[in-house]
Design a protein around this ligand. Structure first.
Ligand SMILES: Nc1ncnc2c1ncn2[C@@H]1O[C@H](COP(=O)(O)OP(=O)(O)OP(=O)(O)O)[C@@H](O)[C@H]1O
Ligand SMILES: [Mg+2]
Length: 349
């Protein structure tokens, strides 16, 4: 057994080693998280990206002390999630993937109640609620009953609830699932603003590739309970996926001939033929295209159209795992976000 003092990294907000969670369902063992090593520094905004069932929520639930790891270790905000769960909870906010209840309280009262649940005095909770309402532009939301708010307004209130006790670390499980593009954009701006204002470390999960790409400084790809990628979106795309060059030629015969020539000249390229279309996955596609067109022209192939697209995080995932993230999205679009309160944390720890 590794002594915890060896693992302890006081400068890191999150540090896990071989974090593992197995569930037993009937006679079957589900390996939800399999030896996950993850370090997040203070002030980072990290997105956990992965298909349905990858283990994202289970990871967050262990890090927030909602469920105990089967094995391995995790330190969050300097405390051991297993040995010191209360200290962890005091320092974190958690906005879960589950369904929030339809509350009859006003937004502002809901915020105060939440602060009280975290042990704040009524006065402190009121002051903090007023500060959050002002700084996160929630005045329109604060005086309405929570049950009357739109999905987007509700989520912005959820984020404020996660911040009521001024945690240094905020976990959000799929904060934008089910929101329309405008509300997603609003929520993203909201998250960026709260980091700027409070320096909060943010760890969120998402199915939205563009969200991970544009919002997060760092993307941790998770598949089958393991980390399969961990870097900035730009570096992941540069290192793990090439550009896509799509050519349309006159006939399927021309396409086959083109593919053979391209494959011979560029052994690193992945070349597929679909009818009279040739798709090439290759590094530096924009630079390669003119040469490629000249070569096909000299071989007597007429290229009708040519398009180069930059790789997406989906291409990265596909390259690393053989699976597209887009395949696993069905069924998750409408699950609303809810806030897990401190009561839930206490009961299930
Ligand atoms: N309480 C549980 N009991 C049994 N199996 C569970 C439990 N919670 C999660 N699992 C299983 O663990 C695996 C990981 O689930 P998890 O919810 O962590 O995935 P996820 O990445 O959050 O997926 P999604 O994108 O759909 O939210 C899945 O196979 C899931 O069915
Ligand atoms: Mg989940």
């Amino acid at each position: 057994m590794v002594p915890s003092v060896v693992l302890m990294n006081s400068t890191s907000m999150i540090h896990t080693q071989e974090l593992t969670k197995q569930f037993t369902v009937g006679k079957r063992t589900v390996e939800a998280v399999r030896g996950l090593d993850l370090t997040v520094e203070a002030g980072e905004l990290v997105a956990l990206l992965g298909p349905n069932g990858a283990g994202k929520s289970t990871t967050l639930r262990m890090l927030t002390t909602l469920i105990a790891p089967t094995s391995g270790q995790a330190f969050v905000a300097g405390h051991d999630v297993t040995g010191d769960p209360r200290e962890v909870r005091r320092r974190i906010g958690y906005i879960g993937q589950g369904n929030g209840a339809g509350h009859q309280q006003r937004g502002r009262d809901e915020l105060v109640s939440h602060g009280r649940a975290y042990g704040m005095s009524r006065r402190d909770a009121r002051e903090r609620a007023a500060e959050l309402v002002a700084s996160l532009d929630l005045s329109e939301v604060a005086d309405r009953k929570v049950s009357t708010l739109s999905g987007g307004q509700r989520r912005r209130l959820d984020v404020a609830m996660g911040l009521i006790h001024a945690p240094g670390l905020l976990f959000l499980d799929e904060p934008s699932t089910g929101l329309d593009p405008q509300n997603r954009a609003n929520l993203q701006q909201h998250l960026v603003a709260l980091r700027e204002r409070y320096g909060t470390t943010v760890v969120l999960t998402t199915h939205y590739l563009d969200e991970a790409d544009s919002l997060a400084e760092r993307v941790v790809g998770i598949d089958h309970g393991r980390v399969v990628a961990d870097d900035t979106p730009a570096r992941l795309k540069a290192n793990h996926a090439g550009d896509r060059v799509a050519l349309v030629v006159d006939t399927p015969g021309d396409a086959d001939r083109s593919a053979a020539r391209i494959g011979a000249a560029h052994p690193d390229a992945q070349v597929d033929v679909h009818g009279n279309r040739v798709n090439v996955r290759v590094a530096g596609g924009t630079f390669l295209l003119p040469r490629l067109l000249r070569d096909l022209d000299s071989a007597g192939v007429t290229v009708r159209s040519a398009e180069v697209s930059r790789p997406t995080l989906d291409d990265v995932f596909l390259n690393l795992t053989g699976r597209s993230l887009r395949e696993g999205r069905a069924g998750t679009e409408s699950s609303p976000l809810g806030v897990t309160t401190v009561h839930d944390l206490e009961v299930s720890a």
